[in-house]
Design a protein around this ligand. Structure first.
Ligand SMILES: [Zn+2]
Ligand SMILES: [Zn+2]
Length: 216
């Protein structure tokens, strides 16, 4: 079932109201402040996700799962914006709202895995775990970690670089620190020494923390 974006936003608000804020129902007009929500509300009712009583929305069991997944996508999108794309403030918030609707089944798993199955959003709210999170916990797969969590001798693949400093980014790219390249950490103290391709480089801890690698 693919919901409209407005319907997703409403079920998301309703889920938070009921599951996290202890409410029993949602007043769609007060919460969303839009008259045009009527169609989205009907859409939710048609899909048996909500029950409409006296203009108030009550969540149905099917709606709980849909709401949970919508909240999951929203909070994963928040993490992605902040942690990887370094988008903060209002620009980031707006992007989150557009982006979360793109993280449909499959994409959310990829993003979640890339982010190492985060448990909280940047505001400290829990991210409802998905199937991928349970599997990762069971298999002990640590996913993507900063290079500083590698031990010397450990090899992995570069997942992404997280820095808002373009000089640092250029420096790393010139070393061949690019997503998809193999990286071997040869020394972790007093500085980080690693091999990419046939070349060896030394960097300090601050920079090593900005390289995210996938363990293998
Ligand atoms: Zn949040
Ligand atoms: Zn996950």
């Amino acid at each position: 079932m693919k919901l409209s974006e407005l319907a997703e936003d409403i079920i998301e608000r309703l889920w938070i109201e009921v599951e996290e804020e202890g409410g029993a129902f949602l007043d769609p007009e007060a919460a969303m402040g839009l008259k045009s929500d009527a169609e989205a509300v009907r859409e939710l009712a048609r899909n048996a996700l909500v029950e409409l009583r006296n203009g108030m929305l009550y969540i149905r069991p099917e709606g709980r799962e849909a709401g949970r997944m919508t909240v999951r996508r929203h909070r994963l999108a928040e993490r992605l914006m902040m942690d990887v794309l370094n988008l903060r403030g209002e620009a980031g918030e707006q992007k989150v709202c557009q982006f979360e609707h793109l993280l449909t089944e499959g994409v959310d798993i990829k993003i979640c895995t890339m982010l190492n199955h985060p448990t909280t959003c940047p505001h400290g709210k829990p991210i409802p775990p998905g199937e991928c999170c349970y599997q990762a916990r069971q298999s002990g797969d640590l996913g993507v970690v900063p290079l500083t969590e590698f031990k010397s001798g450990q090899e992995g693949e570069i997942a992404y670089i997280q820095t808002d400093d373009s000089k640092k980014m250029q420096k790393l790219m010139a070393m061949g620190v690019l997503p998809g390249n193999r990286i071997l950490l040869t020394q972790a103290f007093p500085s980080y020494i690693f091999k990419v391709g046939f070349s060896e480089f030394a960097i300090d801890t601050a920079l090593a923390r900005e390289i995210f690698v996938r363990k293998r």
